[in-house]
Write a protein that binds this ligand. Structure first.
Ligand code: C2O
Length: 534
């Protein structure tokens, strides 16, 4: 195994998109940021130097961070932010994960431009569990604003309204041919006839689940969130923000140019969104350069049946180690709300919650530091195991239930406990497909469905044999998903909706996983350069 040493300088750069120049935060002046490539078993050591004007942290999305929670990155959860002029070295080893993950800023809305791919190739001396692809390409789907994203969220927080929607979706930072002023820079992915290309697709958009397809080519899905899956074919993918999908495509079509295209899957009702398609071009080496690319057909923005057909096709490739018995049976509602309490009662403000708790971050200590050092008053350990009231979650919810309470509540887990969480969408304000991400763990998604989860009948749908292992579950709109994991990684681990606007509104909670017995069941000591709050 190898240690890869990198330096990430957070700095402002001018980036021109849609004919306008913006000054945005970047890593090493690059947008999107550098791709990191390692093998399973390798160690990464990334020194982040903040030469920008905002506090920043970097999160290694999906990396299990076994006993290295200090390197996870969410600000005020596992560390205080790196202040302008400061630095911090993230050091961790990737074990037992192969495929595609990514990294992104985990502070304000900086991740809109501060993100990049983390490719994990098979462990030294091993190979893919499928024929070695001739080529690999990475496609980061994103969102671009004709504004500074930090200002966009600040303005939304001030008014309480929904933030402005983005001005373009992007592929590797480029909007593509269908947006203004973007044609010259459209991303081109090469392929040769007869060749296989492993495409690593990441949804790094801020607030938008996206469909992705390629004209005339079928995908063979082989992995997701850095776990292999039983291969299946499909012509369209749907990724919630945070999710990754690895697919094989074959150069089996007439040499030519084919659009690769992404567009919104919008399950929220009456919410504004951009229905434009972002494109890249799959180009055969021998294609005539003048030929117009062929456009694929994308599902309608509200095509939930296509999403369900896709999400229920995933099966883990390796033998799944799903806990058959559980020690903790949790039920969390996920949804929006409206807050009209003082001091915010100039009209109403959007809010969001899990089990009626709208999560607020501390500002004087990180949660992990407060836990390890026994600092009181930073958080409480009384996050509820179930919602305070049972109601018809996906029905017509009484307005009296629309307003959550704010709190910094953690749910405490004993080391090694076997945990089941039912994630239940609510129809408060609007039902919506929520990409729920858990830090520090992969979990099995053992079932999903629509309406209210019914413990009597829905447990018969559990797949305990070969469910997919993920770090982000797209909870069906107006429905539910059931996940299981073993709490074998001590620390404080955020779980949240990966639509950034929903984290901003409080759709988050955190697990506190206690140390077990002995050194190998305890979190490592904090690094010496860990940023503290002031
Ligand atoms: Cu990719 Cu807490 O996020």
């Amino acid at each position: 195994a190898v240690t890869h040493v990198h330096q990430f300088v957070i700095q402002e750069a001018s980036v021109k998109r849609l004919c306008k120049t913006q000054h945005v935060m970047t890593v090493n002046g690059m947008y999107p940021g550098p791709t990191l490539e390692i093998k399973n078993g390798d160690t990464l050591s990334v020194k982040v130097i903040n030469k920008g004007k905002y506090n920043v942290t970097i999160h290694w999305h999906g990396v299990r961070q076994m006993r290295t929670g200090w390197a996870d990155g969410p600000e005020f959860v596992t560390q205080c932010p790196i202040r302008p002029g400061g630095s911090y070295t993230y050091r961790f080893t990737v074990r037992g994960q192969e495929g595609t993950l990514w990294w992104h800023a985990h502070s304000s809305w900086l991740r809109a431009t501060v993100y990049g791919a983390l490719l994990i190739q098979p462990r030294e001396g091993t190979n893919f569990p499928f024929a070695k692809p001739d080529r690999q390409s990475t496609l980061l789907l994103g969102e671009w604003w004709n504004a500074n994203p930090v200002d966009v969220v600040r303005e939304a927080t001030r008014t309480g309204a929904a933030p402005n929607i983005s001005d373009a979706y992007t592929i590797n930072g480029q909007p593509g041919d269908l947006y203004n002023c973007s044609t010259q820079d459209t991303v081109v992915v090469p392929i040769s006839s007869g060749e296989t290309n492993l495409l690593r697709v990441v949804n790094s958009a801020m607030n938008q689940p996206l469909f992705f397809t390629i004209a005339n080519h079928k995908f063979t899905v082989v992995g997701a969130d850095a776990s292999y899956v039983k291969p299946f074919t499909t012509s369209v993918l749907m990724l919630g923000p945070g999710q990754t999908t690895d697919v094989l495509i074959s150069g089996d079509q007439p040499a030519g140019r084919y659009y690769m295209a992404a567009r919104a899957y919008q399950s929220a009702q009456n919410a504004p969104f951009d229905n434009t398609t972002t494109t890249a071009i799959l180009e055969y080496k021998s294609a005539a350069c003048s030929s117009d690319p062929i456009m694929p057909r994308l599902p309608a923005f509200n095509d939930t049946p296509t999403v369900t057909a896709f999400s229920t096709s995933f099966r883990s490739r390796e033998r799944a180690l799903v806990p058959a018995q559980i020690d903790e049976s949790l039920f969390f509602t996920v949804g929006l709300g409206l807050n009209n309490c003082p001091p915010n009662f100039n009209g109403t403000r959007f809010t969001a919650s899990m089990n009626n708790v709208s999560f607020s971050l501390p500002s004087n200590f990180s949660l992990l530091q407060a836990h390890i050092q026994g600092i009181r008053g930073v958080f409480t350990s009384d996050f509820p195991a179930a919602p305070p009231r049972v109601f018809d979650y996906t029905g017509n919810v009484s307005r009296s239930l629309w307003q959550p309470a704010t709190g910094t509540k953690l749910y405490r887990l004993k080391y090694g406990s076997r945990v089941q969480v039912v994630l239940q969408d609510t129809s408060i304000v609007t039902p919506e497909n929520h990409p729920i991400h858990l830090h520090g763990y992969d979990f099995y998604i053992i079932a999903e469905g629509f309406g209210n989860y019914n413990p009597k009948t829905d447990s018969s749908k559990f797949n305990l044999v070969d469910p997919p292992l993920r770090n982000t579950a797209a909870v069906p709109v107006g429905g539910w998903a059931v996940i299981r994991f073993v709490a074998d990684n001590p620390g404080v681990w955020l779980m949240h909706c990966h639509l950034d606007v929903h984290i901003t509104w409080g759709l988050a909670m955190a697990f506190l996983v206690e140390d077990g017995v002995g050194k190998l069941e305890a979190i490592e000591p904090p690094p010496e350069d860990l940023p503290i709050c002031s």
